[in-house]
Structures are given as C-alpha cells and as structure tokens.
Design a protein around this ligand. Structure first.
Ligand code: CP
Length: 307
C-alpha cells in the first residue's frame, strides 16, 4: 500500500511497489488523457532550496497533467526561511495547505527530517550529495522501457561518482536486480564513496570494477550512465577546474560501443557529452527526462491514493 507514504530513499519501496508504479506509468504513457482528472482538487507543494530544471518542472507538469494544482518556491529567500524558520515548522505549515510535497535541499537528510514532521507524503527531490530517488525511478523506467529488462546488464557509471547523488541512488536500486555488472569510471578523486562499496556493492555481492578510462570498457557496456562533475559540492575551485573535463563522450569514443548500448544522463550536462552525439540513436537522455515526468505522475497518484 503506497497511499500516504513518503519517498526519501530508493529502498523505501519494495521491488513489487516499484513495479506497481511502473505499471501505472506505462498506462499513463499509453493514454495520458485518461488520467487528466485523476488528481482534481489536489495540491502539490514544491519546496526547492536548491536550483533545478527537470525535477521541479517535471513534478509540476506531472501534477498539472493529473488535473491538480501546484504551490511552492524555488527561491527560499522569498519565504520565511530567510527569517530563520526551520524545516520542521515549514513542513508543518505546508501540510495544512497541500496534499503532497516534493523537497530538494542542499543538506543531506533534510527531506527525511521534513517527513518526520509532515502530515502529508514527502518526496525527496534530491538531498545534497546523498540520494535522488525519483531520478532513480526515472532511470529504472527508462532502462526497462528501452532495454526491456533491469537484470543481466553491464552498466557503466562515469564522471563524478563521489558527489553525484543520482549514481548513489541508482547503485542502491540496482542492487536488488540479478546478475548486473557495474563498472565505475572516474578519476581517483571522484570515486564512489567507500560506504557505498561496502554497504551496497559488497554486501549484495554485486560484481563491479573501478576504472579510469571510458575507452577501456565502452565495448562491454549495455548502458552508459554519464554524470557531470558537481561544481556546487566542491570546497575548492582549483580542484573543480582540474577535474571538470575528465570525461567528454564524443563520436570517436562511441566507435567501439555496442550498437544497442544506451547513453543516459540525469542532466544537466556541462561538457561531458558532446553535442554531436545528441542525434545518435543510442543517446537516450532526452527521452529519459520525459519518462521522469510520467513516473512522477504515477508516483504522486499512488502516494495520494487517487489511482
Ligand atoms: N536530473 C536533475 O535532478 O536535474 P535538475 O537538477 O535540473 O532537477
């Protein structure tokens, strides 16, 4: 039963519950018009303490396409946060006005705190370098729709694996599917944190390797998940400048890739995917962003109990 629940961590829902969300997302994709009044009278509050394009707009578009309405902020200084109001008090108040909340915050754990004080479901829309569970739903739905499966895949994750919350969440979620191999492609300074290797990859006996060059592994990949270097998480600008162009995926590097490999990216991209491959049939990152809206429609409908 998903009604009334919050989504803070990618493991909050069982595999079966995720399947239930994907099944509804598929029905919505097939016939969106049929769902255009599903959330009539409902209100989504988007509380974004950090910048966003895809996540906020896709949540808002999702609620509008379900027939509901949206309130919220993308600039916390325009609210009483600037006067020192705590997350606990903000969420108590928003609970009086809305039916569901999507919250992005630079501090890890902030949406979890919000969920503890909330009367309505809270969805973590990204907390610092920690987790981004609705991006993970987007990534899994995209893989399942295009590759037709979430098991028996070799998945390369490339770029900033240290600060990239989408990678952390995706590794967690993939640990529940069988026989996947994960190849972690990053410079030494941006490797996946040890806690993820120990607590998720090792504990679940997931086959993985760490490499530095895309060229050395691209021919073995079914999915290449590119990420940007997360400028906003660096303490030192010199380090960012040194590492920011560690990887640039271009036509030349793709020559050795499988014909049916898919390229995903949570976006925004900076330099890590050359524009000249946007029209390659393997480039699926714009389709992925669209799947993100449909999966958020299904997620909110389930958490509000309207479908
Ligand atoms: N993928 C993602 O989280 O993008 P935004 O930061 O634009 O929301």
């Amino acid at each position: 039963m998903l009604k009334g629940r919050s989504l803070i961590d990618p493991m909050d829902f069982s595999k079966e519950e995720i399947e239930e969300i994907f099944a509804l997302a598929s029905k919505i994709i097939e016939n969106p018009q049929e769902y255009s009044h599903a959330a009539d009278g409902k209100i989504l509050a988007t509380l974004f303490y950090e910048p966003s394009t895809r996540t906020r707009f896709s949540f808002e578009a999702a609620m509008l396409r379900l027939g509901g309405k949206v309130i919220g902020f993308s600039e916390p200084n325009s609210t009483s946060v600037s006067k020192g109001e705590t997350i606990a008090d903000t969420i108590r108040i928003v609970s009086c006005y809305a039916d569901i909340v999507a919250m992005r915050h630079p501090k890890e754990g902030a949406p979890k705190i919000a969920s503890m004080y909330s009367e309505i479901p809270v969805i973590n829309a990204g907390d610092g370098g920690h987790q981004h569970p609705t991006q993970t739903l987007t990534d899994l739905l995209t893989m399942s729709k295009i590759k037709g499966k979430l098991s028996n895949l070799t998945i390369g994750m490339c770029g900033d694996l240290k600060f990239g919350r989408t990678v952390h969440s995706l590794i967690k979620a993939l640990s529940r599917y069988e026989n996947n191999k994960i190849i972690l492609i990053s410079p030494d300074e941006l490797k996946v944190p040890n806690y993820i290797k120990k607590e998720i990859l090792d504990k679940n006996n997931i086959e993985y390797e760490e490499v530095k060059r895309i060229e050395d592994v691209i021919d073995s990949l079914d999915v290449l998940y590119m990420t940007r270097v997360q400028k906003e998480r660096f303490f030192n600008e010199e380090d960012y400048i040194r590492l920011k162009d560690s990887y640039i995926l271009d036509k030349n590097k793709l020559l050795k890739a499988k014909d049916d490999m898919i390229i995903l990216h949570p976006l925004p991209r900076v330099n890590e995917i050359s524009y000249d491959i946007d029209n390659d049939k393997r480039a699926c990152y714009f389709k992925q962003a669209k799947f993100g809206m449909y999966v958020r429609m299904a997620l909110m409908a389930k958490l509000m109990g309207v479908l």
